[in-house]
Design a protein around this ligand. Structure first.
Ligand code: SF4
Length: 209
């Protein structure tokens, strides 16, 4: 697998915020979101044997492994890696941009999927693989980054049309005032969680945390 970096930290965003995890950040991404905060994962990286990497994850103290990117689903051995780690009893959170097939991962016991639905401010809203929606399980969740009112309108309509019953997290884009998003969600009664990027409040935009 092509790896950008590995580090031990707490989960900084989404429904599992605050949980200690061992992060495996893969290299390469097929999207180019305008507000991407991990552009350093677009190139470079180093090759690691997926079985040895899985053994390292199994030996780590954390109960959770976060497979993130870039786009981790681009890695040819990501399914085998995930299967091996999960077979040890550990849980694997997979953070994906939502444009590639999630089903091979939802079939593995012990995974949780954090799937982005890209909003208009990303410039990648057409990248969504709609078939993925039917593979989401109750334990999985969808994340939508909200930067402006156009994002909120888009997300609101998308939820009403496709995601009633799914857990959805609204994440204000870094630098966006969350207050108006909270007010708008309450006014419109949109059934979502609004969650900030905890790691950035602790460490700013430092890499590898
Ligand atoms: S999918 Fe993630 S890693 Fe890829 S460009 Fe978008 S924000 Fe960056």
């Amino acid at each position: 697998m092509l790896i950008t970096e590995k580090f031990h930290s707490i989960q900084g965003e989404g429904r599992l915020t605050g949980i200690p995890m061992f992060f495996i950040r893969t290299n390469l991404c097929n999207l180019r979101c305008k507000w991407c905060d991990t552009t350093y994962s677009f190139s470079g990286g180093h090759e690691e044997n997926y079985q040895e990497l899985a053994d390292e994850c199994i030996a780590s103290w954390e109960g959770w492994i976060c497979l993130t990117g870039g786009e981790p689903l681009l890695q040819r051995e990501a399914v085998e890696f995930t299967r091996k780690v999960c077979s040890s009893g550990k849980s694997v959170l997979i953070e994906t941009g939502g444009s590639l097939d999630i089903q091979p991962f939802t079939l593995i016991e012990g995974t949780v999927i954090d799937m982005d639905i890209k909003t208009p401010s990303s410039g990648e809203e057409k990248s969504i693989r709609m078939e993925n929606l039917k593979h989401l399980r109750p334990r999985d969740y969808v994340k939508m980054v909200i930067k402006d009112m156009a994002d909120l309108d888009y997300s609101h309509k998308f939820i009403e049309k496709y995601l009633m019953g799914n857990e959805v997290v609204f994440q204000p884009a870094w630098g966006t005032d969350p207050a108006w998003i909270v007010e708008e969600v309450l006014k419109r009664r949109i059934p979502v969680r609004i969650m900030l990027q905890e790691h950035k409040y602790i460490w700013g935009e430092k890499r590898g945390v």
